[in-house]
Design a protein around this ligand. Sequence first.
Ligand code: UDP
Length: 356
Amino acid sequence: MNYDIEKDISEILDRLEKDNISFNNQTVLVTGGAGFLGSWVCDVLVRQGAYCICLDNFASGKFENIEHLRDFANFRFINHDISKPIYFGFSNHPEGICIGDIKKLDIIMHMASRASPFEFRQYPIPILKSNTLGTMNALGIAKAHNALFFYTSTSEVYGNPPEEAVPTPETYFGNVNPVGPRSCYDESKRAGEAFIKAYELQHNMRAKIVRIFNTSGPRIRYGAEFGRVIPNFIHQALNDLDITVFGDGSQTRSFTYVIDEIEGFFKIVDRDEALGEVINLGNNKEYTILELAEIILELTGSNSEIIFKPLPIDDPERRCPDLKKAKQLLDWEPQTPLKEGLKKTIEWFKDLEKNE
Ligand code: UDP
């Protein structure tokens, strides 16, 4: 084995301990807990002594991401699609599934959603449902339990920002095509944020929103049909396949390594200063997609060639967060340089492809 995930999990735990952040004895529901980021969240929670309830329907989550967590007595898995009602504690709602033995939830981390642009074409309706009905259902659970609500929103709420709005602050309202190929995701995530604001107003709910920028690392979804740019390029490079750059590769993204992002999530959940806030978490070092392809070629020592394919419609030209708010409220900054995160992701990929 080349990559040791336990080291990265320990690094997150150490950082949280230094900041006196602990979820020991808290009961936390994680929707989308078998997904890329959700499973890292579950890994941290169980090791911190929280009672972690992972809810997922494996639409894009994976059993392999959480299989090992069955060994922990404080981990529980519920196979359910959050866009359908579910109740914790007792309820006589005719359409709801009721999990009667779970009495009090302290925190809901609502993370369930497919996030790959490839899936926007294949699954637009489930995506719309999980981000709207799913968010409403998750908020209903939080309301019933008077639980803290944490929502993973996205940089996609900004759409394709103009030059003057890059790096993009939380105050930028967005430039989103409501009827384009990405709208099922972008608009439903925006609606999710509006749901949260409505529940805060009408029910005095305690809620926090993170807008996630491109995040990568071990457990990221891979495969030709669903791949994001980093897993695609790594898979292509390791197998000496052509590296498929969309457009001329001048569009930019800024990539956060997973452990920085997860640390940021827990800082938001923990800090009172984040109540009612929406906060960007990402990396503000921008790379063009062509630069990314060249870095991955260098790190893998691959003989692959770069080829150019058509740019998908509405593919944002630049994406880079303004991180002032995260720094000011949470004292959070990304710590892992792109190459360091990529090296670990490449090692994880090598393990994965060896076992397939
Ligand atoms: N991209 C690419 N080749 C691929 C996959 C993606 O050039 O095989 C580009 C894509 O067009 C976009 C960027 O890489 O400009 C990031 O794509 P990703 O799928 O990771 O998600 P996005 O950031 O667009 O949500």
